[in-house]
Design a protein around this ligand. Structure first.
Ligand code: ATP
Length: 308
């Protein structure tokens, strides 16, 4: 039996812009994605046998999550079997220790799928590059390729930390899967997830593209990240999905207002389609104070940092 454990990190969106709706129902986006240290642990074991087929078994510490083909980790294993499993026989066992809140806008499920691709690449000695896995991963979900890039950097044991596409931060274009590595942000952050799950599809469908009033300037944000110009970073922390989610879910609006009051309205944003709200912190002290205050109000509150 061989075993690989992957640190499956979450992400935040420092910006999120939707350019247009495509005919196939997808959306053309432009966003800056930053990996965070808050992570699930995904352990993958490969037991070789002579049964003539490859089986998948998933376990997780969140009993309400599916463990069958609806789980992204299962789907990722299934995809690997389809592509590289033909001559193999054995069992893939996946144990997921979740910390990233579910349906939160933090790419928790995607990170689990990405981790399984990385692990099987190692366990089966496939020699795939980050680009190869990103191409496969885009079939599983639009946040999977970014998770693959970030995990390559954050898990040096996978042997891909120097791959040209390994990165903690990226601009995502197209349907979110055309990724350009960029210099990321070094910051403590506090995030809090209101106790509702938000459907990404509902938010994108509800978005009135012609009514977007404020958009991030991606080029300016990318330059500001390279220069560590926090004022300009902050100015471009805009998520065009926020209005819809905040209006549709008063609980999210209330949470955002609360976090904004703690941070003097600075550097507070919803991640992805929500409902998680995060705030960049100037230092540990500020992070700790905000964490304690928000944790008392909402159990799913975390103090973490970006990866860099
Ligand atoms: P994204 O930011 O990529 O849209 P998210 O953080 O909003 O993702 P997830 O945590 O990935 O959302 O969960 C979205 C849905 O995916 C949930 O309804 C959940 O049941 C399902 N799901 C499938 N597999 C997993 C997994 N391994 N971990 C978490 N959720 C999963």
């Amino acid at each position: 039996m061989q075993r690989i454990q992957v640190k499956a990190c979450g992400k935040i969106n420092l910006s999120l812009d939707v350019k247009k709706r495509l005919e196939n129902g997808y959306h053309q986006v432009e966003m800056v994605m930053q990996q965070i240290l808050l992570h699930d642990d995904v352990a993958v074991r490969w037991f070789e046998n002579q049964n003539g087929r490859v089986e998948i078994e998933v376990s997780t510490n969140r009993p309400y999550l599916p463990r069958d083909s609806r789980n992204l980790a299962y789907k990722a294993a299934h995809l690997m079997i389809r592509q590289y499993g033909e001559a193999r026989s054995g069992k893939i066992r996946i144990d997921i220790k979740k910390r990233i809140p579910v349906a939160a806008g933090l790419a928790g499920g995607s990170s689990n799928g990405a981790a399984v691709l990385h692990a099987l690449n190692q366990l089966w000695s496939l020699g795939l590059t980050v680009k190869d896995m990103c191409e496969m991963g885009s079939e599983l979900g639009s946040d999977v390729p970014f998770s693959i890039m970030g995990q390559a950097k954050e898990n040096p044991d996978l042997g891909l930390a120097n791959d040209p596409l390994a990165a903690h931060c990226a601009v995502a274009r197209g349907t979110g899967t055309d990724l350009e590595p960029i210099i990321g942000l070094k910051s403590h952050l506090v995030l809090t997830k209101p106790s509702i799950g938000v459907s990404t599809a509902e938010v994108y469908q509800g978005l009135a593209l012609d009514k977007i009033e404020e958009r991030p300037n991606t080029a300016e944000l990318v330059a500001a990240l390279a220069e560590k110009n926090y004022k300009i970073i902050q100015k471009n922390m805009i998520n065009v999905l926020e209005n819809f989610t905040l209006t549709r879910y008063p609980n999210v609006m209330y949470t955002k207002n609360k976090v904004e009051r703690l941070f003097n309205e600075e550097a507070v944003l919803m991640s992805g389609s929500g409902p998680t709200i995060f705030a960049l912190c100037r230092n540990r002290g500020e992070a700790q104070r905000a964490y304690e205050e928000l944790k008392a109000y909402n159990k799913e509150t975390f103090w973490t940092r970006t990866t860099y």
